[in-house]
Write a protein that binds this ligand. Structure first.
Ligand code: 6PG
Length: 467
C-alpha cells in the first residue's frame, strides 16, 4: 500500500501521464482491463522502478496509499460512470477520484454530488497538451473540494508544465469548475485553429504562397507577438512531406474537420448564459460546413467567384499578421468573458488571472499573449471583457485599420474568412454605444405588443403602431 498515485486507463494519454508522475519520483500504479496496455506501459522508457500496473482491480486499489488518489484518463461519457462503479466497492472514505477527461461539466457536478454522499472526493480536472503534454508536462485545470486538493497538489504541481518555474496547475474552484474551464479552453482552441487555418487560405489564394513560404511566414510570426503553440505547429505542418507520395502532406489531407464536442458545448453554454462568443460559434460552424464536402462540391459549380484582387505579397502578409493578432485577442476575450460570467452563474469563484497563468505553458492554447492577458486580469480581477482592459486598448486599436482592410479584401476576393470577420464584427458591435436594436424592439412591439424602453424616460411603453 505504498503507491502515491493511481491511474485508470492506460491509453496513450494515461500511459504518458503515469510515466510523467513516475519521472517526478512519485510511485504510480496503473489499471487497465487490457493486458496489452499494461504490458506496453512496462516496456516504455522512464523511471520504471516507480511504475507498476495491473488488470486486476483489487491489486490496483490495494497498492495505493491512503487517501487513494485515482485519476481516470478514459473517454468522457458512460465509461467514467462505469469506472466509478467498478472502483466504489473497493474505496474508503476520504479517497479521491480525479476525472482527467473532457467530461461535460454537469456530469461532473452529478458525479461529485453522488460521490460526496459516499465520502469520496471527486475532481474534474481538465488536462491539456495532448500526448506529448501528458508525458512532459500538461496544463492541468482541476476543480473540486479545496481541502482534498492539498493531497493531489504536490503531484500535479510536479507533473505539470512550468512557465518560468511556475506550475501550470491551480485549484480553480469547486465542483465542475475545472471541467468548465477546460471546456472553454477548447472553445478558444477551436477559434484559434479556425483563424490560423483561414489566414493560411487567405495567403494561399491571394498571392499564392507555397508551403515553404507559408512555413517561413508562420515561423517568423511565431517569433513575434503571435508566438503560440498553434502557430508553431502550423509552421511545422507546411514543411511535412507526404509519407505516401510526392509533395507536402498538408495538400493531401481531406478538408473535413472532425470534432468531439467541447467546442460545441462552449457555444451552447454561452448561449445559455447569454454571453456572445461568435468567433467560437463560427469555428464550430466551419467544422460543420467542412463536413458537407459533397454539397460544397456541387455548390461550387453553381456560383461564380471573383478572382482575388491583385495585392502585394508583403502587404497581405503584414495585413494577415495584424489580423491574426487582433482575432486571437478577440477569441481569448470571448472565452474569458464567458468564464467570468459562468463563474458567477455557477459559483465557481474563478480567478481569471490564475487561469491565464496556467494556460501560459503546456496547453494547446498557450501563447505569448497570455502573459499580457494575465497581467490585465491581475490589474482588475473583475474585468468583464478583455477589450475593456486599458492595457489592451492600444494593442487592439493599432491593428484595426489592417483588420478592416483584410476583411474587405477577402470579401471582394471571394475568400471566406468567417472567423476573422466575426471577430471584427463582434468588436465593432461591442464597442458601439448605439446599436440598431432599437428597431428590433420597435418591431417586437409592432407585431406582438412586446413593449420597449425609452432612452429619455423611465418605464415600459407600448405603441399602437401605424395608428
Ligand atoms: C487539449 C485538447 C484535447 C482535445 C483535442 C481534440 O487541450 O489537449 O483540447 O483535449 O481532445 O483538441 O478536440 P476535437 O476532437 O474536438 O477537435
Amino acid at each position: 500500500k505504498n503507491y502515491d498515485f493511481g491511474l485508470v486507463g492506460l491509453g496513450v494519454m494515461g500511459r504518458n501521464f503515469i510515466l510523467n508522475v513516475a519521472d517526478n519520483d512519485f510511485k504510480a500504479f496503473g489499471y487497465d482491463l487490457d493486458q496489452e496496455k499494461v504490458d506496453a506501459l512496462k516496456k516504455e522508457g522512464g523511471n520504471l522502478e516507480k511504475v507498476d500496473a495491473s488488470t486486476e482491480i483489487e491489486t490496483f486499489v490495494e497498492a495505493l496509499a491512503a487517501p487513494r488518489k485515482i485519476m481516470l484518463l478514459v473517454p468522457a461519457g458512460k465509461i467514467v460512470d462505469q469506472v466509478i462503479e467498478t472502483l466504489l466497492p473497493h474505496l474508503d472514505e476520504g479517497d479521491i477520484i480525479i476525472d482527467g477527461g473532457n467530461s461535460f461539466f454537469t456530469d461532473t457536478d452529478r458525479r461529485e454530488a453522488y460521490l460526496k454522499d459516499k465520502g469520496i472526493n471527486f475532481f474534474g480536472a481538465g488536462v491539456s497538451g495532448g500526448a506529448e503534454g501528458a508525458r512532459k508536462g500538461p496544463s492541468i485545470m482541476p476543480g473540486g473540494n479545496a481541502e482534498a486538493y492539498t493531497h493531489i497538489k504536490p503531484i500535479f504541481e510536479a507533473v505539470s508544465a512550468k512557465f518560468n518555474g511556475e506550475p501550470c496547475v491551480a485549484h480553480l474552484g469547486p465542483k465542475s469548475a475545472g471541467n468548465y474551464v477546460k471546456m472553454v479552453h477548447n472553445g478558444i482552441e477551436y477559434g484559434l485553429m479556425q483563424l490560423t487555418s483561414e489566414i493560411y487560405d487567405l495567403l494561399k489564394k491571394s498571392v499564392g504562397l507555397d508551403n515553404d513560404e507559408l512555413h517561413q511566414v508562420y515561423d517568423l510570426w511565431n517569433k513575434g507577438r503571435l508566438q503560440s503553440f498553434l502557430v508553431e505547429i502550423t509552421a511545422e505542418i507546411f514543411k511535412q512531406d507526404d509519407d505516401l507520395g510526392d509533395g507536402r502532406l498538408v495538400d493531401k489531407i481531406l478538408d473535413k474537420a472532425k470534432q468531439k464536442g467541447t467546442g460545441k458545448w462552449t457555444s451552447q453554454n454561452a448561449m445559455d448564459l447569454g454571453i456572445p462568443v461568435p468567433t467560437i460559434d463560427v469555428a464550430v460552424s466551419m467544422r460543420e460546413i467542412s463536413a458537407l464536402k459533397e454539397e460544397r462540391i456541387v455548390a461550387d459549380k453553381l456560383y461564380d467567384r471573383p478572382a482575388p484582387l491583385p495585392i502585394d505579397k508583403d502587404k497581405i502578409i503584414a495585413l494577415a499578421e495584424e489580423s491574426l493578432y487582433f482575432a486571437f485577442i478577440i477569441a481569448y476575450a470571448q472565452g474569458l468573458h464567458q468564464l467570468a460570467d459562468a463563474s458567477k452563474e455557477y459559483e465557481y469563484d474563478l480567478d481569471m488571472s490564475v487561469i491565464a497563468k496556467i494556460w501560459r505553458a503546456g496547453c494547446i492554447i498557450r501563447a505569448g499573449l497570455l502573459e499580457d492577458i494575465s497581467d490585465a486580469y491581475t490589474a482588475d480581477k473583475e474585468l468583464p471583457n478583455l477589450l475593456l482592459a486599458p492595457s489592451f486598448v492600444d494593442k487592439v486599436q493599432g491593428t484595426l485599420a489592417s483588420v478592416r482592410e483584410t476583411v474587405a479584401y477577402a470579401a471582394q476576393s471571394g475568400i471566406p474568412v468567417p472567423g476573422l470577420s466575426s471577430a471584427l464584427n463582434y468588436f465593432e458591435a461591442y464597442t458601439s454605444s448605439r446599436l440598431p436594436l432599437n428597431v428590433i424592439q420597435a418591431q417586437r412591439d409592432n407585431f406582438g405588443s412586446h413593449t420597449y424602453e425609452r432612452i429619455d424616460r423611465e418605464g415600459v411603453f407600448h405603441t399602437e403602431w401605424g395608428k
